[in-house]
Design a protein around this ligand. Structure first.
Ligand code: GDP
Length: 830
């Protein structure tokens, strides 16, 4: 059967009449079908046996009335009867054909009508669809209707053609005629089945199952698709309408974008978009800082809960000491005051040992602490004059100072830095003692100082206030005893106590990378006792106390509260203000240090984005162009780095600000240059140099590296750059480098360096610096420059020579000599 389209015919194994057939479709779907076997209708042309011969022709080959081809053994009467039957059949055939044609016409008309109806409906629906656009469901229906109409239009024509051809084809024999008849009936049934398919859905005839089944299946598939589509749309539409779930989002100090989205249960793409709308271009794997994340969380309508994921730090002993365990401890004193009012001199006078004079720029670069005895009690002085270190340490959470000694020169008055010092002491809630210095000076006027101080709400005892005031002279020692007594008295009032019998906790006063000894930190023990062999974590570093030295340079095995010691055995250089904690195991120490280092790194990385945000917001808000000059600072010691950063942060006006991207101790490395390049920042080296690879990278990438040995020069330069001032500038040109290969002792001359000029030229008249591990050890001039035995003016690159410094001979093999000239150049806008 053509309708079968090559499909396997369903067989009736159960029985000839009726039963159930299991239909298998694709995708493993099956369907039980009730099968109704219709018995063949026997066509009876005339009442009487006529049908039998007609049926019998089935078996006999059609003879088509030709007597010659007549089968043998048939009588004339028989033949006549047969011919009659044939004629009758023919007549009936024609009749039936006419009837069929009429039926066909009627059906055709019906189809036409329905098609028109469907088309009208479709058109109408299309119009509605265009009006509403999003009615996908409607469209599906329309499409279905269209498909139905099309199917109805397409399927019947072949039968029509068949029907037309049938009478002629059927003429020679009854068999083909019967086939067409059956086909016709089937088609009619099919047609009917389709027309009122809904009514008969549950009951299928075999033929319907064969041919109509496919159509039914298609329809149900489409219906399923529509259903799915509807469900999907409902789900999507529902999400928008769904009431928003407000979540409490735990927010650490820095968070990866995807994790933030996760915690808010929002889509990552939405979060990235929200960030973008806030001017932050971040990918889902990027880290953003707490403030930015908070903004985003609020934007999404969730609650923020800031948390610290510093769980690893919990191994640090934070148990409060009970009163019974506490013992008195010495006070820790910081000397503050305006520049040149005599802080250093006073500290020196107290220590009774003069610091070697001649520090660059007058700023104390090497800081530490010392203890003195007063009336059988100890006093700890921080050897860090100025408030830079004081504030930077406080900023790091290390409040080490118990008493501030405010130095004011009697021959001067209260100056800007005096006021700053007063403010810092007040902010830190640290009691003050006023030391009116230079009392030996003929023009000294201590009472003026006292009255000046009143303006800043410092009422000294002589003015009936509570602040002790002592007149001193750092130069001839007048009043020093009184000052120390005043300090002791103040300490007694404070009743300072600590528990020496616990794991030590301290603060880094100063740290540096020492040539030969490795990283060294001066630690002021604040609580507990630090012992040799103790394992500790300090800031982002950790270590094991290898050795300790006290302020007198003596080896000690332990250090109790308020005792400053130099600690050896660190794995890296910590920063001033870092807190030291003794922990039990090396693994713990390492874990905490790593955690802190990562956290700091993430914070630094996130800070960049935050600044961008701030900048953008500031710009958007004020429409004012506040430019920033980003800088990197590397210095020889922590004290210098801190001092520079403090000074830098003060520079700036309404048009420009200085932002220190990074500051650190030691040579300028490739990492520094990389950071500088990324931010378009210059690198300032204070008494340090870039190492070879950093120098090459800087040259390639065009990163500006500037070297300084006097803080004020650096500050002035940055100030000038910031304000765009044009003035003459002294610029240094490095004309050559030489490496010390050997050191000789020459009687009468001292130490002479046997060198190889590795770069440029060594010039006798030029300035020289001695570099050890890229840190400037000495700056001065040459005493001699010799090529073999002769004194020469210049030695070219690749040649060996002998060099000796004027007034300096701490030279070592491996040191590098930098040869430079100075010239004055017109400053240009940067
Ligand atoms: P700092 O900048 O506050 O540390 O001040 P210094 O300690 O460097 O002192 C600045 C200058 O003042 C130095 O030249 C000292 O010699 C001088 N000086 C400090 N104290 C006294 C003092 O008590 N009497 C006199 N006559 N000069 C002093």
């Amino acid at each position: 059967m053509s309708d079968n389209d090559g499909k396997k015919t369903l067989g009736l194994r159960g029985g000839p009449r009726s039963g159930q057939v299991k239909q298998s479709f694709s995708h493993g779907r099956t369907k039980n079908v009730v099968v109704e076997t219709k018995r063949k209708r026997v066509v009876v042309p005339k009442p009487g046996g006529a049908a039998t011969p007609a049926q019998k022709t089935d078996g006999a080959k059609p003879s088509a009335g030709d007597p010659s081809k007549r089968p043998a053994g048939i009588s004339d009467a028989e033949l006549e009867r047969r011919m009659k039957a044939l004629a009758a059949a023919k007549a009936r055939e024609t009749e039936e054909a006419e009837q069929r044609a009429a039926e066909e016409r009627a059906r055709e008309e019906e189809r036409e009508r329905r098609r028109a109806e469907a088309e009208a409906k479709e058109r109408e629906e299309r119009e509605r669809e265009e009006a509403l656009k999003r009615k996908a469901e409607e469209e599906a229906k329309a499409a279905e209707a269209a498909a139905k109409a099309k199917a109805a239009a397409e399927a019947p024509p072949p039968p029509a053609a068949d029907a037309a051809a049938a009478p002629r084809a059927a003429k020679p024999a009854a068999a083909p005629r019967k086939t067409t008849e059956r086909e016709d009936r089937e088609r009619q049934r099919q047609q009917k089945g389709r027309d009122d398919g809904g009514r008969r859905a549950g009951k299928l005839t075999l033929n319907q199952a064969l041919s109509g089944g496919e159509g039914g299946r298609q329809r149900s598939l489409a219906a399923m698709k529509r259903k799915q589509e509807r469900a999907r749309q409902k789900a999507m539409g529902g999400a928008v309408e769904r009431e928003k779930v407000v979540r409490t989002v735990q927010l650490p100090e820095a968070i990866v974008v995807s994790e933030l989205a996760n915690r808010m249960s929002e889509r990552v793409a939405d979060v990235v978009k929200a960030l973008m709308q806030n001017g932050i271009m971040a990918t889902q794997n990027q880290t953003i800082d707490q403030d930015t994340a908070e903004l985003i969380i609020e934007e999404f309508g969730h609650r923020v809960q800031r948390v610290s994921d510093a769980d690893v730090e919990q191994v640090i002993d934070t148990v409060e000491d009970s009163d019974a365990d506490l013992e008195p401890r010495p006070p820790v004193i910081t000397v503050m005051g305006h520049v040149d009012h005599g802080k250093t001199s006073l500290l020196d006078a107290i220590r009774n040992a003069k610091v070697v004079a001649g520090e660059a720029g007058g700023i104390t670069q090497h800081i530490g602490a010392y203890q003195v005895e007063q009336g059988g009690k100890l006093l700890t002085f921080l050897d860090t004059p100025g408030h830079a270190a004081f504030t930077s340490m406080r900023a790091r959470g290390a409040q080490v100072t118990d008493i501030v000694v405010l130095v004011v020169a009697a021959d001067d008055a209260v100056m800007p830095q005096t006021v700053e010092a007063i403010n810092h002491a007040k902010a830190a809630k640290v009691p003050m003692i006023v030391a009116i210095n230079k009392i030996d000076r003929p023009d000294a006027n201590p009472d003026k100082v006292r009255t000046d101080l009143l303006q800043h709400e410092v009422i000294v005892e002589k003015m009936s206030g509570e602040v002790q005031d002592v007149e001193v002279s750092a130069i001839n020692g007048t009043g020093l005893e009184d000052l120390l007594e005043a300090i002791s008295l103040q300490a007694e009032i404070l009743e300072l106590k600590a528990n020496p019998n616990r794991a030590a906790q301290g603060a880094v006063i100063e740290a540096q990378l020492d040539v030969g000894r490795g990283p060294v930190a001066t630690v002021l023990v604040q609580n507990g006792t630090l012992r040799q062999g103790d394992i500790f974590v300090v800031g982002e570093q950790w270590g094991k106390v290898r050795a300790m030295e006290n302020d007198k340079g003596e080896r000690v095995k332990e250090a109790g509260p308020s005792v400053p010691v130099e600690v050896l055995g660190l794995n890296g250089t910590p920063e001033a203000g870092d807190v030291l904690n003794v922990v039990e195991t090396e693994a713990q120490a390492r874990e905490i240090a790593e955690y802190r280092a990562n956290a700091a790194k993430e914070k630094r990385a996130a800070a960049g984005a935050a600044t961008t945000l701030e900048q953008l917001m500031a710009k958007a808000k004020e429409d004012e162009n506040v430019a920033e000059l980003p800088i990197l600072v590397k210095a020889d010691v922590q004290g210098s780095a801190e001092a520079i950063v403090q000074a830098m942060e003060k520079i700036g006006n309404d048009e420009v600000r200085v932002r220190v991207l990074h500051s650190g101790v030691g040579a300028i490395t490739e990492t520094d240059v990389g950071l500088a390049e990324a931010s378009g920042a210059p690198v300032f080296g204070f008494n340090v140099r870039a190492n070879a690879s950093a120098r090459n990278t800087a040259n390639q990438k065009g990163v500006e590296i500037r070297y300084y040995s006097v803080i004020y020069d650096l500050v002035d330069d940055v100030k000038a750059a910031a304000s765009g001032l044009l003035s003459a500038e002294v610029r240094e040109n490095f004309i050559g480098y030489a490496e010390i290969r050997e050191v000789f002792k020459v009687s009468g001359v001292g130490k002479v360096a046997g060198c190889l000029v590795t770069e440029g030229v060594a010039r006798r008249s030029a300035g020289v610096r001695l570099l050890r591990d890229d840190v400037v050890i000495h700056e001065g001039t040459l005493k001699t420059l010799k090529r073999f035995k002769d004194e020469v003016a210049e030695v070219q690159s690749g040649q060996e020579c002998g060099m000796a410094f004027e007034n300096y001979d701490d030279i070592r093999q491996g040191d590098v000599i930098e040869i430079f000239t100075r010239e004055e150049v017109e400053r240009t806008l940067e």
